[in-house]
Design a protein around this ligand. Structure first.
Ligand code: A3D
Length: 320
């Protein structure tokens, strides 16, 4: 059987980490694409030289030519620019929207059968735009955020309880950003609802509220500490888990920015929801029952996503 092909669009901090993880796991041959000349080629050469030490077989190629992503099975998109001082949210949206246009066309023309995972921010709007520009079916384009946000929530809970992260099953819904909805009612410590476990361990309810707040601001906390750039290890690990679910037809239920039509009272929106990922891409969105408070929080989050989509439509008439 021929090796699978993984195309990484954007060879920056997350792109490079993705390439290393995919090679170590022998997920397939890897193409690192970027508009910066030399940089993806340099990273590909450096990463290839890990092979003899780590013992992986994977061809890793750096490229500035979309023709090199031809027939990729999985595409992971991190191309874009970060927000710089003085740049408004809408300025950033405008710049990354243009990036999604060129990436979407590159995918449409070279690997229209791929499973595409978008990571570029603002995530929920960018994955929607990437789908529009690429013209791929909705089940083959998905955004990575919920796996990361849930991992952050799980990490903080495990620290609080002094338990293994393996036993924490954390649940986050909604858009990626300050309005995301960590759902404590579906979060368990090896099956024990988190609020019950907090009582058992004598952890006050307001500590759980603080952890929810810290999760919501989890990306910003890392940006602040790094001083330059944003998180990349855990974002890359999260997208790799999604790619593995697709390539291995694992039918995992992962929180992803999926296209929601009808469920959760939504109509044609990409937003974080529990999603079955298998060989069919995003095979099913799972609609869970929410309390009135959780529903209200989800509405705030989806309203924020809808607002961004309106801005995108104003910026690019082909999206309207
Ligand atoms: P960075 O290291 O800046 O890499 C981005 C790369 O994109 C750079 O190498 C650029 O040269 C390249 N690029 C720019 N324009 C294009 C283009 N038109 N075509 C191809 N490549 C291009 O950033 P990063 O890797 O740290 O982050 C990448 C993205 O992920 C950013 O938008 C972040 O905000 C986002 N991010 C999202 C999450 C989520 O949880 C959703 C988490 C962390 C980062």
């Amino acid at each position: 059987m021929a090796r699978k092909k993984i195309a990484l669009i954007g060879a920056g901090m997350i792109g490079g980490t993705l390439a290393h993880l995919a090679a170590k796991k022998e997920m397939g041959d890897i193409v690192l694409f970027d508009i910066a000349e030399g940089m993806p080629q340099g990273k590909a050469l450096d990463l290839s030289q890990c092979g003899p030490i780590e013992g992986f077989d994977a061809n890793i190629k750096g490229s500035n030519d979309y023709a090199d992503i031809a027939d990729a099975d999985v595409v992971i998109v991190t191309a874009g620019v970060p927000r710089k001082p003085g740049m408004s949210r809408d300025d950033l949206l405008g710049i990354n929207l243009k990036v999604m246009k060129s990436v979407g066309e590159g995918i449409k023309n070279n690997c229209p059968d791929a499973f595409v995972i978008c990571i570029t921010n603002p995530l929920d709007a960018m994955v929607w735009a990437l789908r529009e520009f690429s013209g791929l079916p909705h089940n083959k384009v998905v955004g990575m955020a919920g796996v990361l946000d849930s991992a952050r929530f799980a990490t903080f809970l495990a620290w609080e309880f002094g338990c293994s992260v393996k036993d924490v099953n954390a649940f986050v819904l909604g858009g990626h950003g300050d309005t995301m909805v960590p759902v404590t009612s579906y979060t368990t410590i090896n099956g024990i609802p988190v609020n019950d476990y907090a009582k058992i361990k004598g952890v006050p309810a307001d500590r759980i509220d603080e952890i929810v707040k810290r999760t919501r601001a989890g990306g910003g906390e890392i940006v602040q500490l790094l001083g330059n750039g944003s998180a990349y290890y855990a974002p890359a690990t999260s997208a790799i888990a999604m790619a593995e679910a697709y390539l291995g037809d694992q039918k995992r239920i992962l929180p992803c920015a999926s296209y929601v039509e009808g469920k959760y009272g939504l109509d044609g929106l990409y937003v974080g929801v529990p999603t079955v990922i298998g060989a069919g891409g995003t095979e099913e969105v799972i609609e869970i029952e929410l309390s009135d408070e959780e529903k209200a929080n989800l509405k705030v989050s989806t309203d924020a996503v809808e607002e961004l989509l309106e801005v995108c439509k104003g910026l690019d008439s082909s999206l309207a």
